[in-house]
Design a protein around this ligand. Sequence first.
Ligand code: SAM
Length: 194
Amino acid sequence: MRVRTASLACLLLLATLALPAAAQQSQAPTREPDVIFVPTPQEVVDGMLKLAGVGPKDIVYDLGCGDGRTVVTAVKKFGALRAVGVDIDPERIADSNATAKEAGVTDKVKFIQGDLFEADIKEATVVTLYLLTSLNQKLRPKLWLELRPGTRIVSHAFDMGDWQPEKTEDVDGRKIYFWTIPNDAKARAGAGQK
Ligand SMILES: C[S@@+](CC[C@H](N)C(=O)[O-])C[C@H]1O[C@@H](n2cnc3c(N)ncnc32)[C@H](O)[C@@H]1O
């Protein structure tokens, strides 16, 4: 009996030691983020969604969604049909879910923890970005291959290198860029062309 009690105590001790480690692991990103979290000011978020002409037929994806403000604004203020945020950092996903709950829009938004380079984005009609020019350039083949022609892209602060924007604007001293996916994007991306 004493042996069984001792074994149980050992098991409990092991479980107690293992629990915090497991909890920490579930909160760690699957890999290091490519860029740290810096939120886009709300006026700039509004400017981006306005520049993209977001409306009731749109499904908006924010790749690297931070605290979810762009996703929530897309449905709450611009009346988007739905919006999806992708972030590699579980803490950002928790923040995003809290933002959506506070705004009362949990039924219209979804937040996915994962690498934006591996996300399924094909249903998007608008994609928003606040990454880096190098990351935008790395992402461009995926955008061209997976998004439908006419899908609108807006980026805060960072351009796409030699893919020239159709429009640029200044909002409160911040630059925003606008592109649409060309009709022949798939063929050109497949052929490795610009
Ligand atoms: C500069 S913040 C932009 C946040 C938000 N889009 C905004 O404009 O307020 C970049 C975000 O991208 C996320 N991120 C970085 N690398 C990523 C990756 N490979 N996949 C998904 N998210 C990533 C970071 O965790 C961070 O929240």
